[in-house]
Design a protein around this ligand. Structure first.
Ligand code: PEP
Ligand code: MN
Length: 336
């Protein structure tokens, strides 16, 4: 971090600033020019509040040289993080297939889909029990009952389960859930992230609807700084001016995030496009650009789904996508 001081900065105030910086355990190197003085900060500056520095009347400008995230940063952790969920390894060259309905609707629906996606090669079963819906009149999910059904489907198929938490108060219901999902709308629910940082559960963190990659990684940092290193990032499309698709799938986020962080990055082409027809091509593209996995919505009867039917694949169509993805993985295996 570099601090540029105003001309003729008052010595007393400068002394106070130096003491404040030294208390943060960074060393300060002062370079005095004819008109301007620059303070170069060396050490871990993640805990220094840049806004606070900007507010000081002796400070002209502050520039962060290092990223504000440390635990998620690939610079300090060059190897890929591999997250174990039962026998499934996520990240580090593995390709993880997460699939299931948008919402858990009934035992029959969930078990039919779970069997179908397992047969197609899925490693984890997804299904929403608590649903973040735009309309309060839309199906809100089966809540605790939905989690019970997911656990039953897990007992039948052996597939570990992924489901979304929307509020801290729901956490006790998640004790047997294998991967806790934080949805796009809660990516910056910092109290929730902090609390999830105190668990050891793998967290699938979805990118916020209009979040930058740095904001996304900072949310992962919230979970990690609480002591939970098991974060999986999920690119699920962002809001743009385009209306032909539900969101715009930002595939450049995949190689970018993998450069910024050591965490696994999966892609959700279902919410990214909102269109079942686009799920296959976007899945292939995600596999080709280095994603660590895919989360895809699958329904046994998409036309009658209680949520997101238009972006859901049938188990048969999902099986075809998995085949295509595996073929792409083989083609790209030899490209560095
Ligand atoms: C979901 O995966 O069910 C979901 C609601 O996704 P998102 O948070 O990405 O909208
Ligand atoms: Mn959905």
């Amino acid at each position: 971090m570099v601090i540029l001081l105003k001309e003729n900065a008052e010595a007393k105030k400068l002394q106070k600033l130096m003491e404040m910086l030294e208390a943060k355990n960074v060393s300060v190197k002062m370079t005095e020019g004819q008109h301007q003085t620059i303070l170069g900060l060396v050490g871990d500056t993640t805990e220094i509040d840049i806004e606070q520095l900007h507010a000081l009347d002796i400070v002209e400008d502050v520039k962060r040289i290092q990223e504000p995230y440390k635990r998620a940063n690939r610079k300090f952790h060059p190897l890929d993080t591999v997250i174990k969920v039962g026998d499934v390894a996520i990240g580090g060259g593995n390709f993880t297939l997460i699939a299931g309905p948008c919402s858990v609707e009934s035992s029959e629906q969930l078990c039919t889909v779970a069997r179908g996606v397992k047969e197609a090669g899925a490693h984890l079963l997804r299904g929403g029990a608590f649903k973040p819906r735009t309309s309060p009149y839309a199906f809100q999910g089966l809540r605790g009952e939905g989690i019970k059904l997911l656990l039953e489907a897990k007992a039948e198929t052996g597939l570990p389960i992924v489901t979304e938490i929307m509020d801290l108060s729901q956490l006790p219901l998640f004790s047997e859930v294998d991967v806790i999902q934080v949805g796009a709308r809660n990516m910056q629910n910092f109290e929730l992230l902090k609390e999830l940082g105190h668990t050891k559960k793998p967290i699938l963190l979805k990118r916020g609807l209009s979040s930058t990659l740095q904001e996304f990684v900072m949310s992962a940092e919230y979970i990690m700084s609480g002591g939970n290193p098991n974060v999986i990032l999920c690119e699920r499309g962002i809001r743009t001016f385009e209306t032909a698709t539900r969101n715009t799938l930002d595939l450049s986020a995949v190689p970018m995030l993998k450069q910024m962080t050591h965490l696994p990055v999966v892609v959700d082409p279902s919410h990214a496009t909102g269109l079942a027809k686009l799920v296959a091509p976007m899945s292939y593209a995600a596999a080709a650009c280095g994603a660590d996995g895919l989360m895809i919505e699958v329904h046994n009867d998409p036309q009658h789904a209680l949520c997101d039917g238009s972006q859901s694949l049938t188990p048969e169509a999902y099986a075809q996508v998995v085949k295509g993805v595996m073929a792409i993985r083989e083609c790209t295996a030899s490209i560095e």
